[in-house]
Design a binder for this molecule. Structure first.
Ligand code: S1T
Ligand code: MG
Length: 549
């Protein structure tokens, strides 16, 4: 087979379900092979940030590599922000970027789409991928592709493959399937024994779980580990919804000063904290009331384990969890099945009041919970950054696909499209008006792609989070763009609501409408945010004041 088809076949064998792409002359030869082969569908959207976000979400849902194909320079560099977010949040996106042929490199001309040098694209992507390669000849191509696939899976992060446009049809051998990166079982055993000994000695041991548990598909093993350890379990902000579908009674989400004070105190005063698969970021630990002392914790993340002042390297999370289970006797008692809510994500007893009160930011989380509870089937949730993410914190415990750490706006709508393409499930998309102005237009592709997400748009006519962090800023006002009307023009059903009862009506309409996207535009007062965001902002402000920022 030729290089393009061999590459596509190898990616499909690793779980990729489509290629998200936008064409250009440097990648067209690859596109034509992709379309001729029929091995994977080509999914195009309208702008490269969107295909990056959509591919990121697809990878998170499948926990397998997804694929982006873009043209040289203008295309690939347009995708940089989305791929940076995938890198930061451990999402395995395989990026194929076209590039000039050797003959063009030697032409003596500056080439179209070139930045500073012909290698600028490659150098820029070195900062946002865990591995990179460029195809140069048939002899080395299979090994380069195999190495990049293994890196993408091992580190659960993006990789870059540069494909010169004249080599797309090169005849090459099959791509070998490389064995997993080696590790030292004795080191894993020593590490596991040290962790268990510290947990045993601790007065107040706790388990904190985060996104890597999901990325490496370890939820059931970690649930069993939690059962055998029989210690309190909490998730981080980014790990919300982890273990929600298991028997484990998760104590909640650690949100520092912005969360449940009792839970936060337990985490912050624990003398035996096991952080499994945790990204030690400010969004996960920033709002803690006291400086978080990592030295008191045991952090297993990014194929390493850090305990006190020493570290174990090359410790795959899956191998560590397996060894911990090996050393812990399977306890006989099964926990009582925890009380199931109508939807595992929703706390029982919440519902939007059916009255003509104008909608407030505090109503939004409850309305979202209502929608999920009435959906009758699991609805994956994609959220953009903004109060749309914070407003769910107090009411949902669902695995949100959201840029909780890298925090780039524009993620929500494309991510929702990526989720439906990857899973076939109808997603719920939460997005603010500011983020919608960036990538909301991608909804115009739903009709062509046969997608029908439900979108709840928080229209507070402003970049409200900016106003929260900088109350005197004059730049936050966005005006009212009447998004529901725009939705109808984009082929969807737009419903603009101002009151609680109207929001309830719109939820029923949205759930009963299939075959087109439904956008519920919730008009909210500017200058108001959800209680969760208010607490977050106050905490961060207090810390900045204390630090003399
Ligand atoms: C691509 C991009 N640009 C800028 C920002 C900074 C930023 C936020 C974070 C602090 O970085 S939150 C926010 C405003 C979001 O407005 P909207 O979507 O309407 O949501 P809401 O009104 O609920 O705030 C901005 C501009 C960002 N996160 N991502
Ligand atoms: Mg807004």
């Amino acid at each position: 087979m030729n290089l393009s088809q061999t590459l596509i076949r190898a990616l499909k064998d690793q779980g990729a379900g489509e290629v998200f792409g936008i064409p250009g002359d440097f990648i067209l030869p690859f596109f034509s092979q992709l379309e001729q082969s029929g091995i994977l569908p080509l999914v195009t959207l309208s702008h490269e940030p969107a295909i990056g976000f959509a591919a990121d979400a697809a990878a998170r849902m499948r926990c397998r590599p997804s694929v982006v194909a873009v043209t040289y320079g203008a295309g690939a560099l347009n995708a940089v922000n989305a791929i940076a977010g995938a890198y930061a949040e451990r999402s395995p996106v395989f990026v194929i970027a076209g590039c000039p042929s050797d003959a063009e490199r030697g032409s003596g001309f500056l080439l179209h789409h070139q930045a500073r040098t012909l290698d600028s694209q490659y150098q820029i992507f070195r900062e946002i991928t865990c591995d990179q390669g460029r195809i140069t000849d048939a002899a080395t191509a299979p090994a380069i592709i195999a190495r990049l696939i293994r890196s993408c899976i091992t580190w659960s992060q993006p990789v870059l493959l540069e494909l010169p446009r004249d080599l797309a049809n090169l005849e090459i051998d099959a791509v070998p399937s490389l064995p997993p990166l080696p590790f030292e079982p004795a080191a894993v055993d020593a590490c596991a024994r040290e962790i268990l000994s510290r947990l045993h000695q601790a007065r107040q041991p706790m388990l904190v779980v985060d996104v890597e548990i999901r990325r490496y598909q370890l939820e059931s093993e970690v649930a069993e580990l939690a059962r055998r350890l029989n210690i309190p379990v909490v998730t981080t902000l980014m790990g919300r919804g982890l273990l929600a579908e298991t028997e484990v009674q998760v104590s909640g989400t650690y949100l520092g000063e912005a969360g449940d004070p009792t839970l936060s105190r337990l985490v912050e005063t624990s003398d035996g904290l096991l952080l499994l698969g945790v990204i030690l970021s400010d969004s996960n630990f920033g709002p803690s009331s006291q400086r978080f002392d990592v030295r008191k914790a045991m952090l297993a993340s990014h194929r390493a384990v850090h305990i006190g002042y020493h570290s174990y390297h090359d410790i795959p999370l899956s191998a560590l969890v397996a060894q911990l289970l090996e050393l812990l006797p399977a306890s006989s008692q099964r926990p009582t099945k925890k009380n199931r809510t109508a939807h595992p994500s929703v706390q029982v007893g919440l519902s939007l009041l059916d009255d003509s009160q104008t909608l407030s930011a505090a109503d939004m989380g409850v309305g979202i919970a209502d929608l999920l509870a009435q959906a009758g089937e699991p609805m994956p949730v994609a959220s953009d950054i903004g109060d749309c993410l914070f407003s769910t914190l107090d009411v949902l415990n669902t695995p949100l696909v959201a840029p909780g750490y890298y925090a780039s706006m524009g993620f929500g709508v494309p991510a929702g499209l990526g989720i439906q393409l990857a899973t076939g499930q109808r997603p719920l998309i939460l997005v603010g008006d500011g983020a919608f102005q960036m990538t909301g237009w991608e909804l115009g592709n739903c009709r062509r792609l046969g997608l029908d997400p439900i979108v709840v748009l928080f229209n507070n006519q402003s970049w409200e989070m900016i106003r929260v962090f900088s109350p005197t800023s004059q730049c936050s006002d966005l005006g009212d763009w009447q998004y529901a009307r725009l939705a109808n023009d984009l082929g969807g059903l737009g419903i603009r609501v101002r009151t609680r009862s109207h929001f309830r009506y719109a939820i029923r309409e949205a759930l009963s409408t299939r075959g087109q996207f439904v956008l519920i535009e919730c008009v909210l007062p500017s200058g108001e945010v959800s209680p969760a965001l208010q607490r977050f902002a106050e905490t961060l402000q207090q810390k900045r004041t204390a630090a003399g920022a």
